[in-house]
Design a protein around this ligand. Structure first.
Ligand code: SAH
Length: 351
């Protein structure tokens, strides 16, 4: 039994069934026993591997895209290059290596990393030691200015709430204790629910939504619309919702969400249409699949160059990032820009 298990049981004993978003927030970010606060989970020796950890090609393509947007928008001064949830700092390192080759982009730019885990912040400081970076815990702490923001596998880590249709009523899903074990439970849905649930639904239907995701998307959209820039959100998910997508992964395997809290990564699929709506008045480009996006940016050419050093490794990485049965179609790319800005490269190119 983990210490966090006891903390959660105590809180449930005191306050009753715990909402799913509270459970997820404690599991991931409890200051002492949270999943991200106690470890670096990324990479082959960790619990999961993300695209930037698969190959430098991923971050290089994103860097090219960001450099193009910056130049399309008239090379604004005082730009902010921001990453949400930077993991090991690998993606930002690869982006900066590319931007360094485009004259002018990095002059006077502020590089800001939004990270709540002290452990990962230390890893990022080592990866990015050659650069002048600023760390904050929350997007709200960053100054205003043209914002060039990237978030890879960040939004899936934000806590979700779940409503379930039971006997023709919507109830909120949560966690309760039975014989010392955490089991799923229900509570009446609070009045303050931030979305409209359909008046009719079949029994057992589940609707999932993330209030922090909506808030952060709203903040990004407002900043971009007012000060210029763009955002690129890459994650697994779909255009609409798809029921209960909360999942736990430990040591590269699916695990039970309620088992050993704090010891597995908990994520939920990102509902991109809701993110795009929350980001208004920023304009959302049509949603793209990661594989097609990277291919259009020229990842194939970059792979040819890198093959000279490691043909098999590069071919494997390219397949992992773009293959339809790998990350190529499950992962989606959402681009945001100000209403009056030029269309986003690739994402808004005429087909
Ligand atoms: N983007 C990285 C890491 C993805 S893992 C990559 O692609 O490899 C999720 C990251 O988001 C971790 O760095 C985690 O610590 C961070 N994170 C999760 N929830 C957060 C929150 N609410 N605020 C800031 N960072 C958060």
């Amino acid at each position: 039994m983990t210490s966090l298990h006891q903390i959660i049981c105590d809180e449930i004993a005191e306050r009753g069934t715990m909402r799913m978003d509270r459970y997820m927030a404690l599991c991931l970010m409890h200051p002492e026993f949270g999943y991200y606060t106690t470890r670096d989970p990324l990479g082959r020796t960790g619990d999961f591997v993300t695209a930037p950890e698969v190959s430098q090609m991923f971050g290089e393509m994103i860097g090219l895209w960001l450099g193009q947007v910056w130049s399309d928008q008239g090379s604004p001064d005082g730009a902010l290059l921001v990453e949400l949830g930077p993991g090991k700092g690998t993606l930002m390192g690869d982006i900066l290596r590319v931007l360094d080759k485009i004259p002018g982009v990095l002059d006077g730019i502020s590089i800001i990393l939004v990270e709540q885990s002290q452990v990962l912040q230390k890893v990022q400081q080592i990866t990015l030691k050659r650069h002048n970076c600023i760390w904050v815990r929350n997007l709200r702490e960053i100054p205003q200015g043209p914002l060039f923001l990237v978030a890879n596998e960040f939004f899936d880590a934000l806590p979700v709430r779940q409503a379930e249709r039971i006997d023709a009523f919507w109830l909120e899903r949560g966690v309760r204790v039975e014989n010392g074990k955490l089991v799923s439970g229900h509570i009446p849905l609070a009045e303050d629910v931030s979305l409209t649930l359909p008046a009719t639904a079949r029994d057992g239907e589940i609707i999932e939504w993330s209030e922090p995701a909506q808030r952060i998307a709203g903040d990004i959209g407002g900043r971009i619309a007012q000060h210029g820039g763009a955002a690129l959100v890459i994650d697994y998910g779909s255009d609409g919702g798809s029921g209960d997508t909360l999942q736990a992964v430990r040591d590269h395997q699916f695990a039970s969400v309620l088992d050993e809290p704090g010891s597995a990564d908990l994520t939920a699929h990102v509902n991109f249409s809701r993110l795009a709506d929350a980001a208004a008045p920023a304009i959302a480009a049509p949603l793209w699949e990661q594989g097609r996006f990277l291919a259009s940016l020229g990842i194939g050419h970059r792979a040819e160059q890198l093959s000279a050093h490691d043909a098999q490794g590069t071919a494997n990485a390219l397949d992992r990032l773009t293959g339809p049965d790998q990350m190529g179609t499950l992962f989606k790319v959402l681009g945001l820009r100000p209403p009056e800005a030029p269309p986003l490269p690739i994402l808004e190119d005429a087909c």
